[in-house]
Design a protein around this ligand. Structure first.
Ligand code: G
Ligand code: G
Ligand code: MN
Ligand code: NA
Length: 254
């Protein structure tokens, strides 16, 4: 397709058409910012802003996810590796397609950690399951190697699509991210509330932290906090913002 060749060209270009936005992640108990999640955007010179939903699946299907993922990792660590909030260092969360997870990705991560000096424990890889995995053993090997390095692994959009209990068994996972689909129903759907509660209990049982996505209202915040959900992110605190607006966004989180 033509969008595919545009993506190829953009990744080969010397001037990046990609930009990362960052969303703060807040400790629900203390209200303090603990992390930022990077989210890639493609600013095409003619097509304008192409949303990740349109080009990530294409990048996955064509293998372009590897150079793109390398760029994202590098840039996120460069932008956010030195970020502090109230004098404390923040975690940096980077989205990783499960299709990116191979031996080469482990090398990539190791290299970025070495060249940046970032403490491995401050890097979180958010693994999204957007396609069926062909070689699950390779994914498990890569995740175990990353865990060995000290990098944290989150399972993204938990409870939806392919992000299932199966992967909780198979992958070494430190963090479960509750999909915003469920968070959105807090206050209006007893089913969604029960699902949020069950995910928090499940996470406790397997020794994982929980992060709620898409928190928009004080009621959702209060409910999630009462469940013992650890962290949250969403428009209640800040949308994803460009790196240059991040300091102001962090300050506004209170
Ligand atoms: O802003 P929002 O539309 O950014 O992001 C939509 C989805 O795109 C996210 O849920 C995430 O799964 C995916 N995404 C965003 N940035 C990245 C990235 O850098 N790598 C991968 N693999 N997926 C990303
Ligand atoms: O799948 P992943 O959770 O990584 O994607 C995050 C997506 O959710 C991004 O597209 C981001 O812009 C969006 N997002 C972040 N916070 C909120 C929120 O509070 N409400 C809604 N509706 N979307 C959000
Ligand atoms: Mn994510
Ligand atoms: Na995601």
């Amino acid at each position: 397709t033509t969008l595919e060749s545009e993506l190829r060209t953009a990744l080969a270009g010397t001037v990046s058409q990609f930009v990362l936005h960052y969303q703060p992640v807040v400790d629900l108990r203390s209200g303090e910012v603990v992390a930022v999640e990077s989210l890639v955007r493609w600013q095409h010179p003619v097509l304008g802003l192409v949303p990740p939903d349109r080009f990530i699946p294409m990048a996955e299907a064509t293998g372009l996810i590897h150079p793109l993922g390398g760029w994202v990792l590098d840039q996120a660590v460069r932008d956010a590796g030195n970020l502090t909030y109230d004098g404390r260092e923040l975690y940096v969360a980077v989205n990783f397609s499960v299709l990116q997870l191979n031996d080469e990705a482990v090398l990539q991560v190791r290299q970025v950690l070495e060249s940046s000096g970032l403490t491995p424990g401050r890097l979180i890889l958010e693994v999204t399951e957007s396609a069926l995995v062909q070689d699950e053993d390779a994914v498990v090997r890569a995740l175990e190697a990353l865990a060995q390095l000290g990098v944290h692994v989150a399972i993204d959009d938990f409870g939806t699509g392919y992000s299932s209990l199966h992967y909780l068994r198979r992958y070494p996972i430190n963090i479960i991210k509750i999909d915003r689909e469920f968070v959105a129903g807090i206050g209006t759907s007893v089913d969604d509330e029960a699902i949020c509660e069950s995910i928090v209990h499940l996470a406790e049982a397997v020794g994982a932290m929980t992060v709620a996505e898409g928190v928009e209202t004080p009621e959702q915040y209060a409910f999630l906090r009462s469940l013992g959900c650890h962290h949250g992110q969403g428009f209640l605190w800040s949308p994803p913002v460009p790196a240059e607006r991040l300091p102001a966004a962090l300050a506004a989180c209170g």
